[in-house]
Design a protein around this ligand. Structure first.
Ligand SMILES: Nc1ncnc2c1ncn2[C@@H]1O[C@H](COP(=O)(O)OP(=O)(O)OP(=O)(O)O)[C@@H](O)[C@H]1O
Ligand SMILES: [Mg+2]
Length: 230
């Protein structure tokens, strides 16, 4: 059964000798969820567990009604992930081919693939670069291509880990506006950009692998900023 929420119960993740997530319990029903916290606090681990890339050490979770470990295929249909190391996400030789590659499992007619690629490249300002070698793009251009590949699949949930980290001010705004725009797509946005976090519907604050707060983004950001001042 597909539900609208993300439910996490007593979730812990051990990575090496570190408890990267420590007994996290939360229910997320909002459409746009910001995940904030200091370096090493567990944000990326949380994003990766939701995206099925890391299995929990203990506890349970459900992402839109799907168990990310036991139901990988269903999860892949519902969820797209984008991370802040765009090099690792480029697979095909050219920009347009790489965008189209993201649609391989959708089994769409060739004409629809072409149409969706055209539309997505345009949305991300990549039309001029369509025939360029994907590996020769700048870091920010690669980040745009990774985002393009993630949204072209039209996922129900997009999990984005610092998606604006490499982008200039103009592209940061373009991507932020695109990610946060009214849509049926849900968003889990890991970011150090607190202004961006405040534009989400709810925020989660991590510290040392523990969930320290969950609620209105302005309140959670204030709480985080207060903790930094200590
Ligand atoms: N593969 C790994 N092996 C061992 N420890 C790891 C591994 N990956 C992450 N960690 C540790 O787990 C903790 C949480 O890391 P995580 O990457 O989730 O933090 P983060 O909040 O995303 O930080 P940042 O803001 O720097 O990206 C850190 O202490 C980190 O050192
Ligand atoms: Mg991280």
């Amino acid at each position: 059964m597909t539900t609208d929420s993300i439910e996490v119960s007593d979730l812990s993740v051990r990575l090496g000798d570190r408890l990267a997530l420590d007994s996290v319990t939360l229910t997320l029903e909002a459409r746009r969820i910001a995940v904030i916290g200091a370096n090493g606090s567990g944000k990326s681990t949380f994003a990766r567990v939701l995206g099925g890339l890391i299995a929990p050490t203990s506890g349970s979770l459900s992402v839109l009604g799907v168990d990310p470990v036991a139901e990988r295929t269903q999860l892949r249909r519902l969820v797209s992930l984008v991370f802040s190391n765009p090099d690792a996400q480029i697979i095909m030789p050219t920009v347009a081919e790489d965008a189209a590659f993201s649609l391989r499992s959708a089994r769409l007619p060739r004409s629809e693939v072409a149409e969706r690629v055209r539309e997505a490249l345009d949305q991300f300002g990549l039309t001029e670069l369509a025939d360029r070698a994907a590996h020769d793009l700048s870091g920010g251009q690669k980040q745009l291509l990774a985002l393009c590949g993630a949204v072209i699949r039209r996922p129900q949930l997009l999990i984005a880990d610092e998606p604006t980290a490499y982008l200039d001010a103009r592209n940061s705004r373009l991507i932020a506006d695109h990610l946060l725009a009214p849509s049926d797509r849900r968003l889990v946005l890991v970011s150090h950009d607190l202004a961006l976090a405040e534009r989400c519907d709810v925020a989660v604050l991590f510290e040392d692998g523990r969930m320290l707060g969950l609620g209105d983004p302005a309140d959670i950001v204030s709480r985080y900023e207060a903790s930094l001042a200590c």
